[in-house]
Design a protein around this ligand. Sequence first.
Ligand SMILES: [Zn+2]
Ligand SMILES: [Zn+2]
Length: 113
Amino acid sequence: MQSDIIPTGIEVSNGDQVLEIEWSDGHHSEYSLFGLRKNCPCVMCRGGHGNMNTFDRSLFFVEPTQHFEIEDIKQIGNHAIKIFWSDGHNNGMYQWDTLRDMCPCEECYPEQE
Ligand SMILES: [Zn+2]
Ligand SMILES: [Zn+2]
């Protein structure tokens, strides 16, 4: 894992429906809020403990069927953030490793159309 790589900046734009992360290794990630919300890593959204830390990167490329906004972000220790969504959901702890693994950029996810 790349646990020594951490975000140096996190920026949310509800208007553009994206969350952007600058990483300590210089990498830049841009996540659609829809994909991020749908990939919420909490037990409830994953449908059970067996599915923890699974995610579907194609969700970042689909046409959003729902509008989500981020109301707040809180850092958890030095390894994760908790996202407070406009739909009231806030159980998901997004770990740095998971977020980095999810990165939908061309370099990290060359299979994208
Ligand atoms: Zn969730
Ligand atoms: Zn990337």
